[in-house]
Design a binder for this molecule. Structure first.
Ligand code: ADP
Ligand code: MG
Length: 456
C-alpha cells in the first residue's frame, strides 16, 4: 500500500476518533446546558417575582401579609419570557388549578431517535429540579421551582449535538482533505528517490537528486547519492581489474604458446627424428622388422601430436575474432553449429553495418557473447529458431550491439538470477569495456543483448 494512502487512512481514523470524542463531549455539554438553563430560569423568575412581591407589599401597606400571597399576576407573558425553552417553573405555594408555566419548546428541532433518549437517560440520568426562595428576608414570600421538561430537554440536547457535530464533521472533512494534500506534497520527493534507486538497479549509479527541504528526505537523498558514487567507483575499479585480468590472460596464453612451441615442439621434433633414425636403422637389419614398425608408429603418433599442437598454438596465439575478423569468425561459428545440428534449430545470422575495423578486445568480446549465447540457446532451451543479430550503431551511440534471441521458452527473470559462469563471464567482459548486458523476455523465449561501446 502506498505510504501516502497509509498516512491518509491513519489520519481518517484519528479524525473519526476525534469526531466520536467531540460527539460524546457535545452530549454531556448539552445535558449540562439544560441544567444551567433550569437554574438560570429559576434565578430570573425568582428575581422578577421578588420585585413583584415588594411592590405589592408597598401598595397594600397596612394589609396583613398572609393575604398578600400567592402573587396573583405572576403568570404573565413577561415572566414567561424569562423562562428558557424546555424549562417549566412553578410558584409555591400554588393556587388552585394552577399549572406550571413552561418556556416555549415548540419548534426546538427534530425529535431525537429512541436510542439516543435511552442512552442519555441511562448514562446521564434525570435532570434535578432547582428551587429558589423569592426573598431571602421574608421566608413566607414563597419559592420558585424550575424543572426541565424531559422530552423538551432531550430534543434540545439532540439539536445541540446536531449543531456541534455538523460543524465538527465539516472541520474533519476539511482537515482530512487539507492534511492529505499536505502529506502528498511532503512525500512527493520520495518518488524521485525511488526513481533514482531504480536507475541504480539498472546500472546508472550516479544520481543527481535535488536538495530536499525536509531534513529526513535530504539525509536519505544524500545517502543515496553517496551510495551511487561508491557503486560507480567500485564498478569502474572492477572494470579496470577485469581488463587487466583479460590482458594477463592473453599474455599467459602467448607465454604458454611460446613454451609449448619452444619446449614441447622441439622435443616432438627430436622424437620424430629419433623415430626416423630408428626406423631407417632397423630397416637395414633383417630380423628387426617389428622395431621398424614400432618406430613408424611413433613417427605417426608424433606427427599427429604436432598437428594438434599447431592447432592449439594457433588458437592460443590468435583468438578467432582477432585472427579472422569479427564477421568471418561469426560466419564460421554459425556454420559450425549449423553443420552439427542439421535440421533443428534454424540459426539465422543477421549482420548490419560494417565491421571491418572492429578488432581487438571489442571484436573478441562480441565473439564471446555470440558464442556463449548460441551455446546456451542450443544447450539449455528447446529453441526451434535462433536469431543472432550484430549491429553497428553509429552516431552518438557508436556501439556494437550483439543480440541472441531464441524461442526456447526460457524464463528471463530466472536466468538473470541464476546466471552461471557463462553469462557472468560475458557480463564482466562487456562491463570491462564500459558496455552493458541485458537479459530480457523475447517473443517466445529469451533475448540476451550486449552493447559494447566502440570508442573503448
Ligand atoms: N537461452 C536460454 N534458454 C533457457 N535457459 C537459459 C538460456 N541461457 C541460459 N539459460 C539458463 O541460465 C543458466 C546460466 O547460464 P550460464 O551462465 O551460461 O551457465 P551455464 O551455461 O554454464 O549453465 C543456465 O544453466 C540455464 O539454466
Ligand atoms: Mg552457458
Amino acid at each position: 500500500m502506498r505510504l501516502v494512502l497509509q498516512l491518509v487512512a491513519r489520519l481518517l481514523v484519528i479524525v473519526i476518533l476525534c469526531l466520536g470524542g467531540a460527539t460524546v463531549w457535545a452530549t454531556i455539554d448539552a445535558y449540562h446546558s439544560v441544567d444551567r438553563a433550569t437554574a438560570a430560569s429559576a434565578e430570573r423568575v425568582s428575581q422578577a417575582l421578588e420585585a413583584l412581591y415588594w411592590r405589592e407589599l408597598l401598595l397594600r401597606g397596612n394589609r396583613t401579609r398572609e393575604h398578600l400571597l400567592p402573587v396573583p399576576e405572576w403568570r404573565t407573558t413577561q415572566t414567561m419570557s424569562l423562562i428558557s425553552p424546555g424549562v417549566c417553573v412553578q410558584f409555591e405555594p400554588k393556587g388552585e388549578f394552577e399549572n406550571p408555566l413552561c418556556g416555549q419548546s415548540k419548534g426546538i428541532g427534530a425529535s431525537p431517535p429512541h436510542w439516543f433518549a435511552a442512552a442519555v437517560e441511562t448514562f446521564l440520568g434525570d435532570h434535578a429540579a432547582v428551587a429558589r426562595p423569592i426573598s431571602a428576608r421574608s421566608t413566607t414570600a414563597g419559592t420558585v421551582t424550575a424543572v426541565a421538561d424531559p422530552d423538551a430537554a432531550i430534543s434540545l440536547a439532540w439539536q445541540h449535538i446536531l449543531d456541534n457535530v455538523h460543524v465538527a464533521l465539516l472541520m474533519a472533512v476539511a482537515i482530512a482533505l487539507l492534511a492529505s494534500l499536505a502529506i502528498a506534497h511532503a512525500l512527493a520527493p520520495a518518488q524521485l528517490i525511488v526513481t533514482a534507486l531504480q536507475r541504480m538497479a539498472n546500472g546508472h549509479y550516479r544520481t543527481s537528486l535535488p536538495r530536499f527541504r525536509s531534513m529526513e528526505l535530504a539525509m536519505i537523498g544524500q545517502a543515496v547519492g553517496e551510495l551511487g558514487d561508491r557503486l560507480a567507483q567500485a564498478t569502474e575499479e572492477r572494470a579496470v581489474l577485469t581488463r587487466r585480468l583479460l590482458e594477463i590472460r592473453s599474455d599467459e596464453r602467448r607465454a604458454l604458446a611460446r613454451e609449448l612451441h619452444d619446449e614441447f615442439g622441439q622435443n616432438l621434433t627430436a622424437i620424430l627424428a629419433f623415430a626416423n633414425t630408428i626406423e631407417a636403422a632397423s630397416a637395414q637389419e633383417q630380423d628387426r622388422g617389428d622395431v621398424a614398425q614400432d618406430a613408424r608408429m611413433i613417427s605417426k603418433a608424433t606427427l599427429h601430436i604436432m598437428a594438434c599442437l599447431r592447432g592449439t598454438l594457433n588458437r592460443l596465439r590468435h583468438p578467432p575474432a582477432e585472427e579472422l575478423g569479427l564477421e568471418a569468425s561469426l560466419i564460421n561459428l554459425v556454420d559450425s553449429w549449423r553443420s552439427q545440428n542439421a535440421t533443428q534449430p534454424m540459426i539465422q545470422l543477421d549482420l548490419k553495418g560494417d565491421f571491418a575495423d572492429v578488432r581487438g578486445a571489442v571484436a573478441a568480446t562480441a565473439y564471446r557473447v555470440a558464442q556463449e549465447c548460441l551455446t546456451n540457446s542450443l544447450r539449455h532451451s528447446a529453441a526451434r529458431e535462433i536469431v543472432l543479430r550484430i549491429e553497428r550503431r553509429t552516431g552518438l551511440e557508436n556501439a556494437l550491439l550483439v543480440r541472441v534471441e531464441d524461442d526456447g521458452g526460457g524464463d528471463a527473470a530466472k536466468v538473470a538470477q541464476s546466471a552461471g559462469f557463462g553469462l557472468t563471464g560475458i557480463r564482466e567482459r562487456v562491463t570491462a569495456l564500459g558496455g552493458s548486458l541485458s537479459i530480457a523476455h523475447a517473443r517466445r523465449g529469451l533475448s540476451v543483448a550486449a552493447t559494447i561501446p566502440l570508442a573503448a
